[in-house]
Design a protein around this ligand. Structure first.
Ligand SMILES: *[C@@H]1O[C@H](CO)[C@@H](O)[C@H](O)[C@H]1NC(C)=O
Ligand SMILES: *[C@@H]1O[C@H](CO)[C@@H](O)[C@H](O)[C@H]1NC(C)=O
Ligand SMILES: *[C@@H]1O[C@H](CO)[C@@H](O)[C@H](O)[C@H]1NC(C)=O
Ligand SMILES: *[C@@H]1O[C@H](CO)[C@@H](O)[C@H](O)[C@H]1NC(C)=O
Ligand SMILES: *[C@@H]1O[C@H](CO)[C@@H](O)[C@H](O)[C@H]1NC(C)=O
Length: 498
């Protein structure tokens, strides 16, 4: 395990020279002075700084909180009755704050104008071989706990108003702070908590639900490489949200080509850091909330089975997440866009596909196009359970639209014709090969209605073919569904699919 991590580290170290050094990854005015630090290495106090940010102007140095120095509280304008938000970075190779830190800090300051916003700077202990940085997480957590205890004593700061936000290794630092502090922290948010050396360990040695009153986690890069994943895979909070399945993120992938080191680094940064950008997005948008839905797995979610909000099964993601009753290992999913604003719109669709004419292995490939009051979507591939449309069965699928198309007015269902794709060429080849029959009659299926549930509004509708005598569909054809005449807004069904 450790060898793999070191291997990964060496790989990253090589990649880093090419890609990261070129970037302007410095939070200006806070570039760490390494010379000064190396002389400070003897005492831990000098290595961990609590930099309180007062203004949006990040060129300003800010002000430092120090335990035992009450005058700092006044100097920094610490408001003990306001929220206190601590931002904790992770492992670093550059020895500097990365760009995301500036984005996150300014988003927090804009959203919570009265809050005490504190950047926990443990860069000298984070800029180490990865296993050494991991080894420092508990002592950094202890320092934060000391600071919080001191603030409780000196300023009567209620611990319930404290929110720790930790990225990568910083998420586990926050976990240790929650373990060591006297009392219970209000909230900890883990942004793609680090996986290597934390995946299998027990709760005391990583972020866990006991570390705060509410622990919410975003997982964005859980795909394994070299046997480890950068982000932890297992759920470790009260709610664990896996955007786009949590393994890879839209807009980050570079295809299946083996990436050269520089690209590999960029992809990794894009996927891992996406958790931060999703969180920043949630701070900036109070109006359009992104929702995640509880589901037992990413595959089931992709098939549209889980879009229910009953019994707290859905929640807003990021900063707007509602605290929920302790419910461990509750995995939640959503799809996102590739860029900010990341939120989109989820629809669950259900249709019963009849095979009255006893077609020979019709194996259809369906697409739907949604027509809304504001806009229409393009053709969207219908992915169903087991990758095969069930005949004489109800098929459930998920449709995601990047923009708000407004009220849904019409649905067009089309059956991909022969010759439209390699998939269907193969299908017809296979059919004639196995039946030895080139004069096959074209398959005919029937769809009468499509039931739709909008994830974001939880509204349910039923769409019907306008003419009940025309509900046949064959390859290369399409059917149009409009709001059913009789009560098209259906009553909530008793049996909810989950
Ligand atoms: C401190 O924070 C509280 C709660 O946000 C607010 O009502 C109060 O006005 C703040 N005090 C100062 C001096 O800003
Ligand atoms: C972690 O730190 C402790 C001292 O705090 C040290 O004894 C131990 O060897 C370190 N472990 C590793 C893997 O570096
Ligand atoms: C579907 O049901 C019809 C009878 O309604 C039957 O003839 C047909 O074989 C069935 N198809 C499949 C795939 O079960
Ligand atoms: C409709 O969607 C397309 C992309 O799908 C977009 O280019 C266009 O601007 C949208 N129109 C409106 C009115 O929103
Ligand atoms: C070929 O298919 C047609 C129409 O489905 C059918 O009438 C015919 O019997 C089939 N021939 C063979 C050899 O299966």
């Amino acid at each position: 395990m450790i060898q793999k991590v070191i291997l990964l580290w060496i790989l990253l170290q090589c990649a880093f020279v090419n890609s990261v050094f070129g970037e302007n990854a410095v939070l200006k005015g806070e570039a760490s002075d390494l010379d000064e630090r190396s002389t400070n290495v003897k005492s831990k106090d000098g290595l961990i700084k609590f930099n309180m940010r007062r203004s949006l102007d990040l060129e300003q140095e800010g002000c430092y909180l120090q335990t035992g120095r009450k005058e700092c509280l006044e100097e920094c304008g610490f408001n003990a009755t306001a929220k206190s938000i601590f931002i904790i970075h992770g492992w670093t190779m550059s020895g500097m704050f990365e760009n995301w830190m500036q984005k996150l800090v300014s988003a927090v300051i804009q959203r919570e104008t009265e809050a005490n916003v504190v950047v926990v700077d443990w860069i000298p202990m984070a800029q180490q071989l990865y296993p050494d940085a991991v080894n420092h997480t508990s002592s950094v957590g202890l320092s934060i706990a000391d600071m919080l205890d001191w603030l409780q004593d000196e300023a009567q700061m209620p611990l319930g108003n404290v929110h720790l936000i930790g990225y990568s290794l910083g998420a586990h630092v926050a976990g240790f702070a929650g373990t060591f502090v006297r009392g219970t922290i209000g909230r900890i948010t883990g942004l793609d908590p680090a996986g290597p050396m934390f995946e299998g360990v027990d709760e005391q040695k990583r972020l866990s639900p006991d570390d705060a009153d509410f622990v919410d986690v975003l997982h964005t890069y859980t795909r394994e490489a070299l046997g480890v994943s950068i982000g932890i895979q297992r759920p470790i909070g009260d709610i664990d949200i896996y955007p786009n399945g949590g393994d890879v993120q839209p807009g980050c992938a570079i295809g299946d080509v083996l990436a050269v080191a520089g690209n590999f680094m960029e992809v990794m940064k894009c996927e891992h850091e996406r958790a931060v950008h999703l969180f920043v997005d949630s701070l900036m948008s109070k109006d359009h909330l992104s929702y995640a839905f509880q589901c037992t797995g990413a595959e089931r979610f992709k098939k549209g089975i889980c879009l229910s909000c009953r019994k707290n099964r859905c929640n807003s993601i990021g900063y707007n997440a509602r605290k929920m009753r302790k419910r461990r290992n509750s995995k939640m999913y959503l799809k996102t866009r590739a860029d900010t604003p990341f939120g989109g719109f989820h629809f669950q669709m259900k249709m019963h596909v009849f095979d009255r004419k006893m077609s020979v292995d019709p194996d259809p490939t369906f697409h739907v196009k949604l027509y809304g009051a504001h806009n229409d979507t393009s053709d969207i591939y219908v992915e169903v359970y087991d990758h095969k449309i069930g005949l004489n069965a109800t098929n459930t699928f998920l449709v995601f639209t990047e923009e708000d198309i407004g009220d849904l007015l019409k649905i067009e269902l089309s059956w991909e014709g022969d010759g439209e794709s390699w998939n269907s060429v193969w299908k017809s080849f296979r059919k004639s090969f196995f039946t030895w029959n080139t004069s096959l009659s074209k398959p005919v299926l029937q769809v009468r209605r499509i039931r739709v549930k909008a994830g974001e509004t939880q509204k349910k509708f039923t769409f019907c073919v306008p003419d009940p005598s025309k509900m046949d569909i064959s390859p290369g054809e399409s059917l149009t569904f409009v709001k059913c005449r009789d009560g098209w807004e259906s009553k909530p069904s008793k049996r909810l699919a989950m």
